[in-house]
Design a binder for this molecule. Structure first.
Ligand SMILES: *Cc1c(COP(=O)(O)O)cnc(C)c1O
Length: 395
């Protein structure tokens, strides 16, 4: 039995109930259907199943699975899209969305400030004959100049990593739609909690569920949200035949993550706002970047687009790499790692880790300076995190 969609419910309620499929045992918690295959009652039923599946019919876990489908239905309801396809990782979702829709000769416009692996996927598209133009995502004139009639897609992170620039989703979507292009948004930093991407014109929204959806840094997963046509007719055929499907066990972890996501992410964002305010103006910091601070260049846009500054902060130590490393090594609560959206606060030195591969010129262009630290605020008390950062900056 499937709990039927009811879009009038609050997201927090949907995140607990929506999409639940109960077996004949009436189990309360979502079951893990740890099965790759499904048994047919007859040869004729197998034949019929291969001609097309109904909502509670499955063939093979690479194509779909009841636990995975619960996660897909629940995240689609939260995001406000008709459907979703769950993937083995966030990158499987980015790769799946882009490769499923593009063919040689197509044109894609992308923001330059992207997660390294997303840039790699765009380079791969170029290798297969897709023309990719890069723009400064916050400069609408550059989007307008680069998008041309027949552009197949635009791709960007709504909040960029690691410098937290916020892209005007509605304005870019309007330009893209006027040219007939599909708007694909990597919405990880915005999180599904603060996402109004569909309302603002996104056609396809991809998440690394590894981040805030899991919320505990346990498992890799991703998801592509979009129209039923895009998800089932464009993305699914590509993903089911190339092996990007999520594990039912990971889908179960993500289903549990969704139940607490709203509470977690709001608490993390509140803490991030308090910590950013406490660090602002610190004499050892040349920049405190937080979209929720009034001096952030896209502050008004952020509040309009997300209603929150989110869970990530970037700070820049005025004295460069040595000062940044010293501060990292003095931290007692905040751990040095490279995930984000975890219950545990995490700090990253992008220039030497996540963005190491970029040339010095590209790093400088993107604002990834030697003193820059990216902080993912977790579920610890904001006062403890602020004290940890302040004592680390004293050194
Ligand atoms: C982490 C991340 C990804 C990739 O997700 P994985 O689950 O690690 O594959 C893609 N885009 C952004 C913005 C991310 O932060």
């Amino acid at each position: 039995m499937t709990v039927s969609p009811d879009n009038k419910l609050h997201p927090r309620t949907q995140a607990v109930h929506h999409g639940t499929r109960r077996s004949q045992y009436g189990e309360m918690a979502e079951a893990i259907f740890m099965t790759q295959g499904f048994v047919y009652d007859s040869a004729a039923q197998a034949e019929a199943r291969f001609q097309g599946t109904g909502p509670d019919e499955f063939i093979y876990a690479r194509y779909g699975n009841p636990t995975s489908r619960m996660f897909e239905d629940r995240i689609a309801a939260l995001e406000g899209t008709e459907d979703a396809f769950a993937t083995a990782s966030g990158m499987a979702a980015v790769n799946g969305a882009m490769f499923a829709m593009c063919k040689p000769g197509d044109h894609v416009v992308a923001a330059r400030a992207l997660f390294g692996s997303c840039l790699y996927v765009l380079d791969l598209l170029a290798r297969f004959g897709v023309k990719v133009s890069y723009v400064d995502g916050t400069d609408l004139d550059q989007w307008a100049a680069a998008i041309r009639p027949g552009t197949r897609a635009v791709f960007f992170e709504s909040v960029s990593n690691p410098t937290l620039e916020v892209i005007d989703l509605k304005a870019v979507a309007d330009l893209a739609h006027a040219a007939g292009a599909t708007v694909v948004v990597d919405n990880v930093f915005a999180t599904p909690v603060f996402s109004r991407a569909v309302e603002q014109g996104a056609d396809v929204i991809v998440y690394s569920a590894t981040k805030h959806i899991d919320g505990g840094g346990r498992a890799l997963a991703g998801v592509i949200c979009g129209t039923r046509h895009f998800v089932r007719e464009v993305a699914e055929p590509y993903l089911k035949h190339t092996g990007g499907a999520i594990s039912p066990f990971h889908a179960w972890i993500m289903l549990n993550g969704l139940q607490t996501m709203d509470l977690r992410v709001r608490a993390q964002a509140d803490a991030a706002a308090a910590i950013a305010a406490a660090l602002h103006g610190h004499p050892r910091l040349s920049r405190v970047i937080y979209p929720g601070l009034p001096d952030h260049p896209q502050h008004d846009l952020t509040m309009r687009q997300m209603g929150s500054g989110g869970t990530m902060i970037a700070i820049e130590l005025a004295d460069g790499k040595n000062a940044a490393f010293k501060a990292l090594d003095r931290l007692r609560i905040i751990r040095i790692s490279n995930n984000l959206g975890d219950a545990k606060s995490i700090v990253t030195h992008p220039a030497t880790t996540t963005h190491q591969r970029l040339s010095d010129a590209d790093k400088a262009h993107l604002g990834i300076t030697p003193g820059l630290l990216r902080i993912s605020i977790g579920l610890e008390h904001a006062a403890d995190l602020t004290a940890d950062l302040l004592q680390a900056l004293e050194g």
